[in-house]
Design a protein around this ligand. Structure first.
Ligand SMILES: *Cc1c(COP(=O)(O)O)cnc(C)c1O
Length: 363
């Protein structure tokens, strides 16, 4: 059997990509805020219904640019230990200190009730993650931020096309970032974005991603985080398929729900969230059960992933260990099952059978 991974990048019919690539060949304009990039940024702003959408090279640099544009240096950043490593490493790369606050067990997002006790005189910002596309308690977090004068940056790498209380989940906080990496729900091969609230901050970020200057005027220290026309082309070609992508992911998730009902723990449904089916995370009873299930699936060429493991508060290069027992427990027994638009029904049925059989072997 062909190998089945946790995801498989969606690709549009090649003619649809070619349609845009021909325009690039005709214009010879390959990068530097070209026509396709501008069109992509406009399409995305309008899809998300946001004012300031900055397309950048990836979701990691998007986080770094967000910290930079909000002038956050040398401070403590309150963040979650349950995420991909880029959430923590971008904080460290910007020479700030991550302060881990444990997660809540229902949706694996930062526990808003534990944030205040982590605030010190050095705290500059809160950087939570809408992990797996589940919404953080955005209202509770904003309240704390207002009380202590902190910035809020959401790592929304998983939050594209999710809506919370009728608004894009990327429309909360001072800046929300997103990733359009090939493994994400919606991708542009590589790519990311900053969705910025304040117009002046947006301007700073726009310069920062293009070396910090506009022609002969040099405004601030910049880097090169701008995207190419070829990436924008993939974005434009994929965007028209978004509804179909979301619908198929939803169908697959619902089939898993039906077949795995009661065998695994699942995150709770969130009432105000229009979910995007970005991932299909399941919790096993313990790490041993997870390892047994993985062994059985791998033997059949099926490769789920331990998203996210280890809990980031345990990274070896951190200066000190801050215990986060809930995140550590969940990390030890959570996995994301294969989920992508053309994953076949027979394959899902097989995955679920293998899981149940391996679970029986564990007991
Ligand atoms: C993928 C991901 C990133 C990084 O995005 P890239 O585009 O790969 O740089 C950051 N945070 C989270 C939670 C992610 O899953």
């Amino acid at each position: 059997m062909e190998k089945v991974y946790v995801t498989k990048s969606f690709l549009p019919p090649v003619e649809e990509y070619e349609f845009y690539v021909r325009q690039i060949f005709d214009s010879h304009h390959l990068t530097n805020q070209g026509m396709l990039l501008q069109k992509f940024e406009r399409s995305m702003s309008s899809f998300l219904n946001v004012d300031h959408f900055q397309y950048v090279t990836n979701g990691t640099v998007a986080l770094q640019l967000a910290l930079d544009a909000l002038d956050i240096k040398d401070g403590e950043i309150i963040t979650t230990p349950f995420s991909y490593v880029a959430t923590t490493s971008s904080i460290l790369w910007e020479r700030c200190t991550p302060v881990f606050v444990d997660i809540e067990p229902n949706n694996f997002t930062i526990d808003v009730n534990k944030i205040e006790e982590a605030v010190t005189s050095k705290t500059k910002a809160i950087l939570p993650v809408h992990v797996f596309g589940y919404a953080c308690d955005v209202d509770g977090i904003q309240k704390i931020a207002d009380k202590y004068g902190l910035k809020v940056i959401y790592d929304g790498a998983h939050a594209f096309a999710a809506k919370y209380k009728g608004r894009s989940l990327l429309d909360y906080g001072d800046i929300s970032t997103c990733s359009f990496h090939a493994t994400k729900l919606f991708h542009t091969v590589e790519g990311g974005a900053c969705i910025v609230k304040d117009k002046e901050v947006d301007k700073k970020l726009g310069f920062a991603k293009c070396f910090g200057h506009d022609c002969d005027e040099y405004f601030r220290i910049g880097i090169n985080a701008k995207q190419s026309e070829f990436h924008a082309a993939m974005g434009l070609a994929n965007l028209v398929h978004l509804d179909e992508i979301l619908q198929k992911r939803r169908n697959i998730s619902e089939l898993y729900d039906k077949l795995l009902n009661g065998c695994v723990e699942r995150p709770k449904e969130q009432e105000s969230l229009d979910y995007n089916y970005a991932y299909y995370p399941v919790l096993f009873k313990n790490e041993q059960e997870l390892l047994n299930v993985f062994e059985a699936l791998n033997a059949e060429n099926i490769f789920p992933r331990r998203y996210f493991y280890p809990s980031l508060n345990k990274l070896s290069y951190l200066k000190k260990y801050m215990p986060c027992p809930i995140s550590e427990d969940i990390s030890s027994r959570v996995a994301c099952l294969p989920l992508y638009p053309d994953l076949e029904k027979e394959c899902i049925v097989k995955i679920c059978q293998i899981i149940k059989k391996a679970q029986m072997g564990t007991n």
